[in-house]
Write a protein that binds this ligand. Structure first.
Ligand code: CA
Length: 229
C-alpha cells in the first residue's frame, strides 16, 4: 500500500485530503508544521508527498528543495495563491505537480494515482530481477504477473492476481470486502462486494490444498479476509 505524507498547516484541508486518499486505499499521515514534516519526509519512507507552500517554521519551497536533494519520490505542491504556483513553477524546485487551493479532493486523488503510476513505471524500468513474494510454496511473480504453487503455474485473471497480490503484500491484516473492492476495483466502477467473495473463492480453488481449511486466505467471520503468514 502506498504511503503518503501530507504537510499542511490547515488541519481541515489536511483531514479532507486524508479522508479521500484513505478511501482510495492509501496509507496517509498528516503533519502540520514545516520542520517536523521535513524531518519525517527525509527519515521515513513515503511513496508521495503533498506539500503546502505556506507553513510554519520551514516553508514548502525549502522542504521541496531539501527532499529533492535526497529522494526520488513524487511531490505535489499546493498553494492558496495562483501567483505563488506560477512562481514555484518558475523556480524549478523539482515538484512533480502544482495545485491551487481550493481544489476538489477527487482531483487530488486522481493526480496522486497518476504520479504514483508514473514513478512505478520509471522505477520498474530499472529493475533487473523480477519482484516476487514467496510464502510456503506459493510464489507470486509481480513483474511477470504469474503465480506458482510448489513450482506449478496457476492461471490467474487480472483481478484475481491483483487481489491475491494485494492481500499477500499486506499479510496478517484483516480487510473488509468493501476495502478490497475499493482497492482492486475502481471506486467509480459498477459492481458490488459479492464480486470480492467470488474472486476469493476462485483464488482459493487455485492455491489452497483444502478450500474448507484455507491456509493462505483466511475468512474472518463478520469482518472480511486476512492473508496468513
Ligand atoms: Ca498553509
Amino acid at each position: 500500500m502506498s504511503k503518503i505524507l501530507i504537510i499542511e498547516d490547515e488541519l481541515a484541508i489536511a483531514e479532507l485530503e486524508k479522508d479521500y486518499l484513505e478511501l482510495s486505499g492509501f496509507d496517509v499521515e498528516v503533519e502540520t508544521s514545516g520542520d517536523v514534516g521535513l524531518t519525517k519526509a527525509l527519515e521515513e519512507d513515503y511513496n508521495l508527498i503533498i506539500l503546502d507552500l505556506m507553513l510554519p517554521n520551514v516553508d514548502g519551497f525549502e522542504i521541496c528543495k531539501r527532499i529533492r536533494e535526497v529522494k526520488n519520490i513524487p511531490i505535489i505542491m499546493v498553494s492558496a495563491k495562483k501567483d505563488d504556483i506560477d512562481k514555484i513553477r518558475g523556480l524549478g524546485l523539482g515538484a512533480d505537480d502544482y495545485m491551487t487551493k481550493p481544489f476538489s479532493p477527487s482531483e487530488l486523488v486522481a493526480r496522486v494515482k497518476a504520479h504514483l503510476a508514473r514513478y512505478e513505471r520509471l522505477i520498474g524500468l530499472g529493475i533487473k530481477e523480477n519482484e516476487t513474494i514467496e510464502i510456503r510454496g506459493l510464489k507470486i511473480d509481480k513483474t511477470a504477473r504469474r503465480v506458482f504453487l510448489n513450482g506449478e503455474e496457476k492461471i490467474f485473471t487480472t483481478k484475481e492476481f491483483d487481489l491475491l497480490t494485494f492481500l499477500a503484500e499486506n499479510p496478517n491484516r484483516v480487510f473488509t470486502k468493501e476495502e478490497l473492492f475499493r482497492e482492486i476495483w475502481d471506486m467509480e466502477s459498477v459492481g458490488d462486494i459479492a464480486t470480492v467473495t467470488v474472486h476469493i473463492k476462485k483464488i482459493r480453488e487455485k492455491i489452497e490444498y483444502d478450500t474448507s481449511k484455507p491456509q493462505y486466505i483466511e475468512t474472518i467471520w463478520g469482518v472480511g479476509y486476512r492473508f496468513k503468514v
